[in-house]
Design a protein around this ligand. Structure first.
Ligand SMILES: [Zn+2]
Length: 289
C-alpha cells in the first residue's frame, strides 16, 4: 500500500504522542502495521494493523485536545446588485488565511467573490443539499452565490464549463483576465432542468485553478442534479469550494476537525447536533468528501 507523505508524518506524530514509537520520524512502511497493532492492543480494540474509524478516533481524540485551538474568522466578500448573498462569511482560521489570499488575487484580477456563506452553525440541520458531514460545519468550505452563474453566461460574474472527471470548471469574468472562449453550460432558469450550451468569449480567469492554488477544491454535482428526471439546481454545487489541502486523506475525521475549534468540545457538538456527532468518525476521502 502506497501511503502519502503527509499521512505518514501525522501518523508518526500520533504514534509518538501515544508512546508507541519514540520519534515521529521513526515510523516507516516496514514497522507501520506492527505499530498500529501495538496501539490497537494498548487501547483494547480489534488489532488488525489497519487504521480505520475507531483506531483513527482513538489515536486523534486525546491528541486533538492538546492542540492549539482555532477560531472562526470573519472574512470579506462582495455583495453584488441583483445577486443574493452576504457581505461576509466565516471560516475556520486556517481556511480563512487561505481564503483571504485567494480573494486578494481574485480582486487584483478585477474579479469578485459573491458568497452564500462559509461556516454553518451546528444548529442548522442536514437536509436537501445539506450533508451531515458537510465541510461547512467545521468552517472549511465556502459557497459562491448560486445566482452569480449558470443562467446568463453572457453577463454573469461566473461561467460554468465541464472540467475533468465529472467536476465543473468555474470561470470568473474579470477585466484583467485572459481573452478566453468558453463552452458555457447553463439552464434557462433554476427549475428548467435541461442542460444547454453556448460559446462565450471575453476576459476570464479560471476560478477553479486559482482556488486550487490556495488549497480549495470543488466537489462533484449531487445525484439530485445529475439524474435524468426531477433535476434539482441545489444539487449542482458549482459554487462549492472546500479546503481539502488542510486535511489528510484516510486520516482526518470530521469530529476531530470540529474539535480543533475553540469552544467545540465533544459535549457541545453532541448537544448542538446529534446527527453530525453521530458521523464524527467519518474519514476524509473514505466516507467524508
Ligand atoms: Zn457548499
Amino acid at each position: 500500500m502506497q501511503r502519502e507523505a503527509n499521512f505518514m508524518k501525522r501518523m508518526g506524530e500520533l504514534l509518538a504522542f501515544h508512546k508507541i514509537i519514540n520519534r515521529p520520524e521513526d515510523l516507516n512502511d516496514d514497522n507501520f502495521d506492527d505499530s498500529i497493532v501495538e496501539f490497537q492492543e494498548k487501547v483494547d480494540i480489534m488489532s488488525d494493523g489497519n487504521p480505520k474509524w475507531e483506531t483513527l478516533w482513538q489515536l486523534q481524540f486525546p491528541w486533538v485536545q492538546q492542540q492549539p485551538k482555532l477560531s472562526f474568522v470573519k472574512c470579506a466578500a462582495d455583495k453584488l446588485p441583483g445577486i443574493e448573498g452576504y457581505e461576509h462569511l466565516w471560516l475556520r482560521q486556517d481556511a480563512a488565511e487561505r481564503y483571504n489570499q485567494l480573494r486578494n488575487e481574485v480582486l487584483s484580477l478585477g474579479g469578485v467573490i459573491p458568497t452564500e456563506g462559509g461556516k454553518r452553525d451546528l444548529s442548522e440541520g442536514a437536509g436537501l443539499g445539506r450533508s451531515a458531514t458537510s465541510m461547512h460545519y467545521p468552517g472549511l468550505a465556502f459557497d459562491l452565490a448560486g445566482s452569480a452563474g449558470f443562467f446568463k453566461p453572457d453577463t454573469d460574474p461566473f461561467v460554468i464549463t465541464l472540467g475533468g472527471s465529472g467536476y465543473w470548471e468555474i470561470w470568473c469574468r474579470a477585466p484583467r483576465g485572459q481573452e478566453t472562449k468558453l463552452n458555457a453550460l447553463y439552464w434557462d432558469n433554476p427549475t428548467s432542468g435541461i442542460d444547454r450550451t453556448k460559446t462565450v468569449q471575453g476576459k476570464f480567469f479560471s476560478f477553479t485553478k486559482l482556488a486550487a492554488k490556495y488549497g480549495f477544491q470543488a466537489i462533484r454535482p449531487r445525484l439530485s442534479f445529475t439524474r435524468a428526471k426531477d433535476r434539482k439546481y441545489i444539487g449542482c454545487e458549482w459554487w462549492h469550494f472546500q479546503a481539502n489541502d488542510l486535511l489528510i486523506a484516510n486520516l482526518s475525521q470530521l469530529g476531530i476537525e470540529l474539535m480543533r475549534i475553540a469552544e467545540y468540545t465533544p459535549e457541545y457538538i453532541r448537544s448542538a447536533n446529534e446527527t453530525v456527532w453521530g458521523r464524527k468518525q467519518a474519514i476524509f476521502q473514505q466516507d467524508w468528501f
